[in-house]
Design a binder for this molecule. Structure first.
Ligand SMILES: NC(=O)c1ccc[n+]([C@@H]2O[C@H](COP(=O)([O-])OP(=O)(O)OC[C@H]3O[C@@H](n4cnc5c(N)ncnc54)[C@H](O)[C@@H]3O)[C@@H](O)[C@H]2O)c1
Length: 361
């Protein structure tokens, strides 16, 4: 049982399947795998739950498996090289299909390997975290990290399809699950005030991973992402709005050398900072800023979630982000709930103030 959202990108169009037990639907897999060879890229922790059933569904194919170590610190060129080596050692040809079975880390890494192997082979996304189902697996951004910053080496490369099976979310740790809620809240803030109200009313059901709430939240989020990507595949404008909270958050991840904090947690704190700055500038009504903070708090995000860098260090790391242009910080901020804007007009002093300990959050 599944529903389908189409991502309309001309020759690169593809469907997103959302449902229960759909990642082992043989007809879906057969529709998107055209050669006889398959390389599944995954992690041990995920494989123990989901690999046997997937391999059974792929019994008609020659199926290899490449394991990647757990953790954002391994989303790097070394692990990219290991996937390429595994493909070469097992004689994978241009007709091969790579399947990314995992969270956003696996999707970004395996997608980047697919984009580069023999100048590009097909790949499928089977996202197994909330972040990956609502965000990372959709839209074709593939990348690895560099010591100087997040996702600095990568390419836009669209998958053949995305298969989001909500049953896979049941084995996620509460910490990994909750961190994905930051990206869900982000969509509501950017462009859907009604979804924001729904989230205010349904956060307890989402925290309890109730199927109907999950299906609604993932479907709504994936639709928003698909519509934005369709209009701006290569992030020339509109797609940048999806980076709400990310410029602040990426800097936190770099500061923590990707080890102590989850991507979603950093985004959650980034959303708080973006909200406060929007209110400080007089753009976002104080009452709405309070609602945003309350929703983030209900999902478990607060400024004190982990140690923060000094404001000047935080700002320095933000300047390395891809969103910096002509030396100016490009920030995504809120005009109101459901309306985000990109700006390069905020003075660094104002940004520094909201990053510092004197900030009233
Ligand atoms: N490409 C994009 O557009 C995009 C968008 C958002 C985030 N991202 C990237 O996604 C990554 C963060 O994603 P993430 O939170 O999924 O991280 P992740 O892939 O590291 O997964 C988090 C943890 O959950 C575990 N896990 C995954 N699925 C599981 C399951 N079903 N059951 C039990 N454990 C499971 C993983 O082993 C890992 O320990 C970052 O690298 C971020 O940059 C990319």
């Amino acid at each position: 049982m599944y529903q389908v959202i189409d991502v309309d990108l001309g020759a690169q169009s593809y469907p997103i399947y959302i449902g229960q037990n759909c990642y082992v639907e043989r007809d879906i897999l057969a529709r998107h795998i055209h050669g006889r060879q398959v390389m599944i890229v995954t992690q041990e922790k995920i494989a123990q739950h989901y690999l046997p059933a997937l391999q059974k569904a792929l019994v008609d194919y020659h199926c290899d498996v490449c394991y990647v170590p757990d953790g954002e610190a391994h989303k790097n060129l070394q692990e990219w090289q290991n996937i390429i080596d595994a493909l070469l050692h097992s004689d994978h040809e241009r007709s091969t299909t790579i399947i990314a079975l995992g969270g956003g880390m696996i999707g970004d890494l395996a997608g980047f390997a697919a984009a580069c192997y023999l100048r590009g082979v097909k790949y499928l996304q089977i996202p197994t975290t909330l972040i990956a189902q609502v965000d990372a697996a959709i839209g074709g951004k593939t990348a690895v990290n560099h010591v100087l910053g997040k996702n600095l080496v990568g390419i836009f490369y669209q998958p053949q399809c995305v298969i989001a099976d909500i049953n896979t979310l049941m084995t996620l740790s509460q910490r990994d699950y909750v961190s994905g809620l930051a990206e869900v809240i982000k969509y509501a803030l950017i462009c859907d005030a009604r979804f924001f109200v729904w989230l205010e009313e349904n956060m307890p059901a989402l925290l309890a991973r109730e199927s109907s709430a999950l299906l609604y939240a993932i479907d709504t989020s994936a639709r928003i992402k698909a519509r934005i990507v369709e209009q701006d595949e290569k992030e020339q404008g509109l797609r940048s709005l999806l980076n709400l909270g990310h410029t602040f958050g990426h800097a936190l991840e770099t500061a923590a050398t990707y080890s102590d904090i989850r991507h979603g947690e950093a985004v959650g704190v980034g959303l708080l900072i973006a909200t406060q700055l929007s209110a400080d500038l007089g753009w976002l009504a104080v009452v709405d800023a309070e609602r945003v903070k309350n929703l983030l708090a209900a999902a478990g995000f607060k400024r004190q979630l982990f140690p923060l860098p000094e404001a000047s260090e935080w700002l320095r790391l933000m300047r390395h982000d891809k969103k910096t242009q002509d030396g100016k910080l490009n920030l995504i901020l809120l005009k109101k709930i459901g309306e985000a804007v990109m700006t390069s007009e905020v003075r660094e002093e104002q940004v520094k103030q909201v990053l510092g300990p004197e900030c009233r959050m």
